[in-house]
Design a protein around this ligand. Structure first.
Ligand code: AOF
Ligand code: ZN
Length: 348
């Protein structure tokens, strides 16, 4: 790792401290270096509050050193008046002569304009240090702005012989069949806290009656999403409790209630793009799709997925509902006692 990469790595470390508090804004970290010494550091701490660069500049005791310093920042300094004024202006005002940027901001209001503004003011700007790491850290934010849809994470558990579930065609309202273990359940709840929404299809709602809440980890509760074409699913569903809001996709126009909101979509045509458009319009940057088989396979077949987390339990069902099939090999796996978690990333 060269010197610039070392400082950018520190920016990424700082940026991660904002995890869970900054969405839908990106996680951003910034360090200011004078004669080989870090004289200021900052990160974006909360959505709506100061950006990383502002916090880093504020932390510098002797501001006169700024005119002879280099700023490292993991995302392009902004050029727009949003909830806060433009960081590029602040950098220009403080006469910082050199700025090293990790990745270009994909947000349409910025998208290169911050870099251009600084260069026009005579600042030396270098772009793309540890770019892959910067892009990965804010993969939800980048996907949302570049592809105009939320970042999609598929999640399921399957048996060693490739089944999602036993055959429960006789069951009309029931309990889930457990494949993975308690440790992995905690991991699933942790994952939920990192995403903006969580989606399941009609059959899963009916047969598992999940609550989709975060119980085994501390953090944000994602918006619960349910597909219920005819709006006929029982009021007794855990998803319909009043604990948290749920957004229901139906073909009917239904008035919203306290915790239940309805979005009407056309079930005669492909529903997935319509769901994604609706979530994009609501600024929802990421979704975990938790089943069932049909819904997961539809996302895969349409190439609409970014990551998949598959839990392999230590059981055999011999027959039942076949697990979805991914067209790629896992990038890594994690041993969780008697359950193996495999991570897949869509290379497209
Ligand atoms: C930066 N540094 O630390 C962050 C940036 O509504 P605002 O004013 O907070 O602006 C949000 C946008 O600013 C966000 O979509 C992204 O483009 C950029 N975030 N920019 O220079 C930061 N968090
Ligand atoms: Zn900014």
């Amino acid at each position: 790792m060269n010197t610039a990469e070392k400082y950018m790595n520190r920016c990424l470390e700082l940026a991660r401290l904002g995890a869970g508090d900054v969405a839908p804004n990106p996680m951003v970290g910034c360090v200011i270096v004078h004669e080989g010494r870090i004289i200021g550091e900052g990160f974006h701490q909360k959505c709506g509050e100061a950006h990383a660069e502002v916090n880093a500049i504020r932390s510098v005791k002797d501001k006169s050193l700024l005119a002879d310093s280099t700023m490292y920042v993991s995302l392009e300094p902004c050029a727009h008046f949003g909830k806060t004024p433009p960081c590029s202006d602040l950098i220009i005002e403080h006469r910082i002569p050199r700025v090293i940027v990790g990745s270009v901001d994909p947000f349409a209001e910025v998208a290169g304009k911050g870099i251009e503004k600084m260069r026009r003011a005579g600042i030396e700007v270098e772009v793309g240090i540890l770019e892959q790491d910067c892009l990965w850290l804010n993969r939800r934010f980048f996907t949302f702005h570049q592809k105009k849809r939320p970042y999609l994470i598929l999640k399921w558990a399957q048996t060693l012989d490739g089944f999602l579930d036993i055959d429960r065609s006789q069951i009309t309202f029931g309990q889930p069949t457990w494949i993975s273990n308690e440790l992995s359940r905690r991991q699933v709840h942790k994952q939920r806290t990192e995403e903006a929404a969580i989606l399941i299809g009609t059959n899963t709602a009916l047969k598992d009656n999940p609550s989709l809440t975060v119980r085994e980890w501390h953090g944000n509760q994602p918006l619960r999403l349910l597909i219920d074409r005819k709006n006929r699913l029982s009021k007794k569903l855990s998803l319909k409790d009043r604990a948290y809001p749920t957004l229901v996709f139906t073909e009917e126009e239904v008035a919203s209630k306290t915790n239940l909101e309805y979005a009407s979509i056309d079930f005669e045509s492909n529903i997935i793009p319509q769901i994604l458009k609706c979530l994009y319009d609501r600024d929802i940057q990421s979704v975990v799709v938790e089943g069932g088989q049909h819904l997961l396979q539809s996302f895969i077949d349409q190439g609409l997925w970014d990551e998949a987390h598959v839990y392999y339990g230590n059981t055999f069902f011999v027959k039942g509902v076949a697990a979805p099939r991914l067209p790629v090999a896992p990038i890594r796996s994690e041993n969780m006692h008697d359950t193996l978690l495999k991570f897949f990333v869509n290379p497209a």
